[in-house]
Design a protein around this ligand. Sequence first.
Ligand code: T46
Length: 141
Amino acid sequence: MSGAAMGITRMIDLPQIHDQRGDLTFVEGGNHIPFDIARVYYLYNVPVDAERGGHAHRELEQIVFALSGSFRMKIDDGTTKSEYWLRDPRKGLYIRRLVWREMDAFSQGAVCMVLASHSYDEADYYRNYEDFLAAVRSPSA
Ligand code: T46
């Protein structure tokens, strides 16, 4: 079974209001997002050959959007690996806790916006893959 099928990750679709002036999409806490939004951050001016991510989180849940352009997210739950191409600003990738993620293949001018369940805390990161695997395999994970 893939990570997506197990609910490790899934796509969240946001509404789109279209008229002759263009498109409008909105996000409502308590409606579209399965956690209370504590933080919003965004990545921009990313070189096309950059690689970001390369970590997992102990508790943090996030939803990742490509607001402009595109990039690839490689997802690994410690057992199954999958990848997603993000390119639609209406569709966000929901990433639960204890999921390793890597990002690359950014298009020129890509903008990545992330909705996060907690404030930034470096202590919440597994930046070493072996530490992440040990946490996933721990009975209390
Ligand atoms: C993730 C991907 C999609 C802060 O001070 N506050 C913040 O809210 C964040 C996210 C980062 N930082 C600092 C920590 C580092 O000194 O900014 C620096 C770069 O962070 P990092 O190397 O973790 O950036 P990415 O792009 O590799 O990863 C980030 C998130 O950390 C991560 O949770 O899923 O974006």
